[in-house]
Ligand binder design. Structure first.
Ligand SMILES: [Zn+2]
Length: 331
């Protein structure tokens, strides 16, 4: 058993239940939202999000991991109020999401920079989010997140990734990485994190589900990482049918204990002018898609209910407990 931090307090890993490993609740460019989306600050944003999260809970999901960090508009007061109104567990994340440069707040501040300090300042931010809580809410982060997309290991991406790795070593917090599987950036992640002493079993390799390349996916899994088959409903990348067939092929090769499922969707976003535009543009990209369409399709493709339960329950629980156990053994 392990203690897991959620937006509503600490829970035991046994209470994780059925988990969606990569979701969001509110996803935005915070500056844009503050200037042009007054609707975000209306009470309706929270009540609508609670309705959606409660609907998800009613389908049998108990926990989501919210991967909204710096660069994706994490707004902890709103998330904390939302979490208090739903029975769904929400694990909150810290870290930074960037495809190239570091967030501008760190541009001139760090080892060897204009404001020269001995230690990477991002680390103390992330550690504080994990040990004291985020933005005065008392909510502690239970997941670390960074990104490496098509541009690969730019200096900014590398700086964030190494800060995430070092925070993992200090706090024993699990890591999710947004990757670009078509560019095989997961292999770069495994190399950099290994250099930093991170156990690759501490890592969920996000967005592996965007790939149909079984050889690549097996390489990532053989390295020890959990695969995030986590963008169900993002149909402009690959179809649900392709995502399902890839999972079935991985299960056939014995990788059912390496796979996790998710949508990477949200309840409110400024990515479209209105929430209704989001649903119109991406009709399958909502919290209910896996329950309504993906699970039946997996069964149809020959994946057993037992293996599907592993992806929802056993794998996330073993992952979180494993990270905690390895950290305790090191201390
Ligand atoms: Zn995401």
């Amino acid at each position: 058993m392990a203690e897991i931090e959620t937006a509503s307090g600490t829970i035991d890993s046994a209470a994780l239940g059925r988990v969606l490993i990569h979701e969001h609740v509110f996803l935005m460019d915070t500056e844009y939202t503050y200037n042009y989306r007054p609707d975000f600050f209306e009470e309706k944003t929270i009540t609508d999000a609670v309705t959606r999260l409660d609907e998800l809970k009613a389908t049998g999901i108990d926990t989501i991991v919210d991967l909204t960090v710096l660069g994706l508009g994490r707004h902890m007061p709103t998330l904390a109020r939302t979490a208090a109104l739903t029975n769904l567990n929400i694990i909150v994340s810290t870290g930074a999401y960037t495809f190239d440069a570091v967030p501008s707040s760190f541009q001139f501040w760090g080892p060897g920079l204009l404001k020269d300090v001995p230690e990477e300042p991002m680390i103390s931010h992330f550690v504080k989010d994990i040990t004291e809580g985020i933005a005065g809410t008392g909510v502690k982060a239970g997941m670390l997140k960074c990104a490496i997309d098509e541009p690969g290991l730019t200096p900014g991406v590398e700086r964030v990734m190494r800060a995430i790795a070092r925070t993992n070593r200090i706090t024993g917090t699990p890591i999710t990485v947004h990757t670009a599987p078509l560019q095989e950036t997961g292999l770069i992640v495994q190399q950099v994190l290994t250099e930093e002493g991170v156990d690759l079993e501490d890592v969920v390799m996000g967005h592996c589900g965007d790939s149909t390349d079984i050889d690549y996916l097996m390489k990532i899994a053989d390295g020890g990482s959990i695969l995030g088959m986590d963008r169900f409903g993002v149909e402009f990348v690959i179809s649900m049918e392709q995502r399902v067939a890839t999972i079935a092929a991985m299960v056939k090769r014995g990788y059912a204990d390496r796979l996790t499922l998710s949508h990477d969707c949200c309840a409110w976003s400024d990515f479209f002018p209105q929430v209704a535009d989001y649903s119109a543009a991406m009709p399958r990209h909502n919290y209910l898609h896996i329950h309504q369409e993906v699970v039946p399709a997996l069964l149809e493709a020959g994946v057993s209910q037992r293996d599907i339960d592993k992806m929802f329950v056993d794998n996330p629980r073993r992952y979180f407990e494993g990270v905690a156990k390895r950290f305790a053994a090191r201390e």
